[in-house]
Design a protein around this ligand. Structure first.
Ligand SMILES: [Ca+2]
Ligand SMILES: [Ca+2]
Length: 500
């Protein structure tokens, strides 16, 4: 009876998770351009960002919004002009927090609040005692617990003051320790609020792969005020980072049935289409004007097609490291699989031992008792797999070390020599000079030998006798030819290099 009950329980649980999964999977996502910004042409000519307003020390360019620049005590923020008119949403933010220091400050915050915050407030550039959600990317370790940079979600009902001294740990809903400073690619956060569940995914910016998100938190029963505003703020302190937001993409989330209700009518669609075409035309016009005003821009673009030797080397090294990262990630997955299989094996073996222990002495255990257990050769196979994986890991480590050595050599070379080209030409000239010196010595020795022989046999043979002067003249002519050839070769090499 008890077993039947637990079976029913499991079945109900599976069905529930399945229905959750299906409903989550069928969520209808709609891009909300009035609550988004992205490059190119992020900011217009007059510096404004359509549908947004920013202030404090924030600066918008066509490529990003610098919420707070890397100067001391800066604060800035950007907020949507209109309140949000949908209940559930997903926001995708790509940002870069960069600074020359090993430690940076203060950090960046995403807001969904009942009212817009200030542009120079006390909490990462925005107002304290907010009503709603703040997702804070805190760079600086105020409580000295060595747990920053840190990402946390804090909900406030409009009454509480943010606990700066403890880095908000006393008030946070949840959080995760993730480094988001100085990454090769933009770091990204996906903040989803659907059916009162808040999910935050984080992309660490080590790759430009869109699928490399990791879960940071998943919290149920979160209640946020309706019709709030989206915002992003940032602040610097005694230490300072650049806080750049590259894009802010908002999607409204709808249940499958709800999506049809929100569909626009034919007239509305036509109007929107017209608006879009007008905007496109305006954009083309602006582009043409820009090109007219900046005719030099094209040449610059052509130059951008080429890369220097060191740039190429760095790019190749970086690509190599990315590849290694992918391998290591795959390896991690495989190791997880192996560990899972081993755990299963261990549990089966222990079950087997238990069954064997239960068999009375003198009786042979029935074959059926072990039908589920893993065989010896299967265990061997698992161990073999593990050894192979270990070997692969060792090889990758060796490869990474080689790569590091090469990188160090390149960096050292670059530090010593301003440019690689000058060094190679200098080396060529030096070697040619030493070759010439050797040749001259050889000729000198020959002449000395000939003069010695001439002194020993003053009587020339009957055939013709070549005088020392003639020999010297011929040698000098030879030298001149060699020298001329070298100069010609150098100039040809130089001409050829111009084409690279
Ligand atoms: Ca802090
Ligand atoms: Ca801390």
């Amino acid at each position: 009876m008890e077993k039947l009950f637990s079976c029913n329980y499991i079945l109900a649980f599976v069905l529930l998770s399945l229905s959750n999964f299906i409903s989550a999977y069928l969520v209808h996502k709609k891009f909300e351009y009035k609550y988004s910004f992205k490059p190119p042409y992020l900011a217009q000519k007059d510096g404004s960002v359509p549908f947004w307003e920013y202030g404090g020390n924030a600066i918008a360019s066509s490529e990003n919004v610098r919420i707070a620049p890397s100067l001391r005590s800066q604060k800035g923020a950007i907020w949507t002009k209109q309140p949000i008119n949908f209940g559930w949403w997903e926001v995708d933010i790509a940002f870069r927090v960069t600074g020359r220091g090993r430690i940076g400050a203060d950090g960046l915050a995403f807001w969904y609040t009942q009212n817009k915050g200030a542009y120079d407030g006390d909490v990462f550039g925005s107002s304290d005692k907010w009503n709603g959600l703040g997702v804070i990317f805190d760079s600086f370790d105020n409580d000295n617990k060595h747990n920053n940079p840190y990402i946390m979600a804090v909900i406030n009902d409009g009454t509480k003051e943010f606990d700066h001294q403890n880095d908000g740990t006393t008030q946070q809903l949840a959080g995760c320790l993730r480094d988001f400073r100085n990454k090769p690619f933009p770091t990204r956060a996906k903040i989803e609020y659907y059916q009162n569940t808040l999910t935050i995914l984080f992309h660490n910016g080590m790759t430009n792969n869109d699928n490399d998100y990791e879960i940071c938190m998943h919290i149920e029963n979160v209640v946020l005020p309706k019709g709030g505003y989206f915002g992003i703020s940032a602040a610097t302190g005694g230490l300072a980072d650049d806080h750049d937001v590259i894009h802010f993409l908002t999607y409204s989330l709808h249940q499958p049935g709800q999506a049809e209700q929100n569909q626009v009518t034919g007239e509305e669609q036509q109007r929107l289409q017209q608006e879009y075409q007008d905007y496109q035309k305006k954009l083309e016009q602006q582009k043409a004007e820009y090109q007219k005003e900046h005719p030099d821009e094209k040449e610059h673009e052509v130059e951008d097609w080429y890369e220097s030797d060191s740039q190429r080397e760095m790019r190749q090294i970086f690509e190599g490291i990315l590849q290694i990262y992918e391998y290591v990630k795959d390896l991690g997955k495989k190791l997880d699989e192996v560990v899972g299989r081993q755990e299963r094996t261990m549990s089966l073996i222990s079950q087997g031992v238990a069954v064997q222990g239960g068999v009375p002495s003198g009786q042979v255990p029935s074959q059926g008792g072990f039908s589920d257990t893993i065989r010896r050769h299967e265990v061997d196979a698992v161990f073999n797999n593990q050894n192979q994986i270990l070997n692969a890991a060792r090889e990758i480590k060796q490869f990474a070390m080689d790569l590091k050595q090469k990188t160090d050599t390149i960096i050292n070379n670059q530090a010593k020599q301003p440019t690689a080209q000058v060094q190679s030409v200098g080396y060529d000239t030096q070697s040619i000079i030493s070759e010439m010196r050797d040749g001259l010595n050889f000729v000198k020795q020959g002449v000395a030998q000939v003069s010695q022989k001439l002194q020993q046999n003053p009587n020339c043979p009957n055939v013709s006798c070549v005088s020392v002067t003639t020999v010297l003249v011929i040698s000098v002519l030879q030298l001149l030819i060699i020298l001329g050839y070298n100069i010609y070769r150098d100039s040809r090499d130089h001409q050829a290099k111009k084409f690279y």
